[in-house]
Design a protein around this ligand. Structure first.
Ligand SMILES: Cc1cc2nc3c(=O)[nH]c(=O)nc-3n(C[C@H](O)[C@H](O)[C@H](O)COP(=O)(O)OP(=O)(O)OC[C@H]3O[C@@H](n4cnc5c(N)ncnc54)[C@H](O)[C@@H]3O)c2cc1C
Length: 493
């Protein structure tokens, strides 16, 4: 074995996964074809839930001041995300290249060394481990790992080589995207309809604008040369009448509405995360965020499996929990695409949809889906409002001073928050203290309607989802066994 886990691809999902594995105490080899990060701005932010995940690992200060806006859209129809408590349309104006730099630095601090200029070209899984063929600076070589994770993006070699099915629909339209300086464009909201298509422009600062051009009836071309700015400017002019050919294009790219998802996220010793597992229209800026969330879900489970303490089936919950999330992302991005890319024939549907979205309940539903805050995993029996949901941020006061329900998650371990003043729960959880942190503390100034009211304790998984919530103390041991495996020793009461 060269390492227990090999991660192919060092984009957002690969970097987060490698970092999470290191937090879980596992050696990892991460490799990427690119000699250096692409520097492409692609995604321009992250969703509310991904912002929380970065907060859980203490990463938010690295991003500096983050601008969030409650005002977003669904399929180009304005939607006020604050209709759902804690929701917003995500962090805006953080280019993907910067997100990757920050994640790369974090991973490096945890001991991840990305082998750059190494391209995965083939693999075989013999049931005991995976042999990966890699073309690197010294030519072709073979690496062996117990597990291998394909975080190698939408055109994933790992997915193909391991035989994953990837059904879905092909691209029907090619859309352009560019960061252009010197055009002084007026801002145009996503969804701004023009005869023949849709355009968007948003200022990125320093005189640079991000533009998107979607011209109906333009199926993807087979190109022999990279896309040039002139083609983008031509399409922009056709739709807006504005001539931007003289602009300085810092980056030009294209994307499509191809929508596909792997039917399984795990085949034997090979797993997929991020765009390798699902590709879709980048509507609502969800791709990067969902990829990061996949990696956070998988990291601790794979680490536990490698370390030997994972309960049976824990690794398979990666598929059962994350595949349905991917299904919903594909569904909502396809729906958004239909709303903002279709022509006049969809106008009546858009109008009905806009009316429906004025109902707060509809707004909450859509905001919860796109922000990632509505997620509820099936974590077992019980009817506590927090079960299976993300742990909300709440200030706590303990013997050691103030903390929050988020801060103890920085270490990437499970946490039992014990709000009782007795020792029973702590004693019950003590045999798992090598895997979870026990934090005795009391909620400070609970807001009205808080889910922590009447709650005696909360067990949180390393990815920030609630596995158990008291007062039913008897169920605590079952939850600990289910998510954290058998205790190392049994301590008698
Ligand atoms: C034009 C465009 C605009 C987008 N806009 C947004 C947006 O506004 N908001 C948003 O959230 N998302 C957006 N996305 C989606 C977002 O960029 C992706 O969802 C995100 O990058 C997925 O992360 P990932 O780590 O899974 O894959 P990637 O970022 O694709 O990373 C994959 C990595 O694997 C490497 N790799 C590939 N093949 C191999 C191989 N064989 N061997 C070794 N390494 C390999 C690549 O070099 C790359 O570094 C956009 C995407 C595109 C293309």
């Amino acid at each position: 074995m060269d390492a227990p886990v090999i991660v192919v691809g060092a984009g957002p999902s690969g970097l987060v996964l490698a970092a999470e594995l290191r937090l879980g105490g596992v050696e990892v080899i991460a490799l990427d074809t690119l000699e250096k990060p692409s520097g492409e701005s692609r995604g321009l932010g992250f969703t509310a839930r991904t912002m929380e995940l970065f907060d859980q690992r203490g990463l938010l200060p690295r991003f500096g001041d983050i601008e969030t806006s409650a005002l977003g859209h669904f399929g180009g129809i304005p939607l006020d995300y604050s209709v759902l408590e804690g929701a917003h349309f995500g962090a805006r104006g953080v280019p993907q290249a910067r997100i990757e730099t920050i994640l790369g630095e974090w991973a490096a601090e945890l001991g991840v060394e990305v082998r750059r200029g190494w391209e995965a070209v083939g693999l075989s899984d013999d049931g005991e481990g995976v042999d990966l063929e890699v073309d690197g600076p010294q030519g072709r070589r073979r690496l062996r790992g117990r597990y291998l994770v394909g975080c190698d993006g939408g055109r994933s070699t790992v997915r193909r080589a391991a035989g994953f099915d990837f059904p879905g629909t092909d691209a029907t339209i090619e859309m352009f995207l560019a960061d252009v300086a010197g055009c002084d464009l007026r801002a145009r909201q996503i969804g701004e309809k023009r005869p023949g298509g849709m355009v968007m422009s948003a200022p990125l600062g320093d005189g640079v604008d991000r533009i998107i051009v979607c011209e109906r009836g333009t199926p993807p071309k087979r190109r022999t040369e990279p896309l040039g700015f002139a083609e983008v400017a031509d399409a922009w002019e056709r739709l807006t009448g504005e001539d931007i050919h003289g602009g300085n294009a810092l980056w030009v790219s294209s994307f499509s509405d191809a929508t596909r998802q792997a039917t399984e996220y795990r085949r034997g010793s090979v797993l997929l995360a991020g765009d390798a597992a699902h590709t879709h229209l980048p509507a609502g800026g969800q791709g990067l965020s969902v990829s990061v969330q996949d990696a956070m879900n998988l990291g601790w489970k794979l680490a536990a499996t490698v370390r030997g303490w994972a309960p049976p089936g824990l690794l398979d919950t990666y598929h059962t929990e994350r595949h349905p999330v991917g299904v919903r992302v594909l569904m909502n991005t396809q729906a958004q695409g239909l709303l903002y890319l279709s022509g006049a024939e969809v106008e009546p549907l858009r109008n009905v949809f806009a009316e429906l979205m004025e109902f707060p309940e509809v707004g909450r539903h859509l905001a919860g889906m796109v922000s990632g805050l509505d997620l509820r995993y099936d974590v077992g029996a019980g009817d506590h409002a927090l079960l299976g949901r993300r742990i909300p941020s709440q200030e706590l006061v303990g013997a050691g001073g103030k903390t929050t329900t988020i801060e103890p998650l920085h270490e990437g371990r499970g946490v039992l928050f014990d709000f009782t003043d007795g020792a029973d729960l702590r004693r019950a959880a003590a045999p798992w203290s090598d895997r979870i942190q026990i934090v005795p503390a009391l909620p400070h100034e609970l807001p009205a309607g808080s889910p922590f009211a009447e709650t005696t304790a909360v067990l949180v998984r390393p990815d920030g989802y609630v596995a158990w919530a008291g007062p039913d103390g008897d169920a605590l041991s079952a939850a600990l066994n289910r998510w954290f495996g058998s205790p190392v020793t049994t301590i008698s009461a």
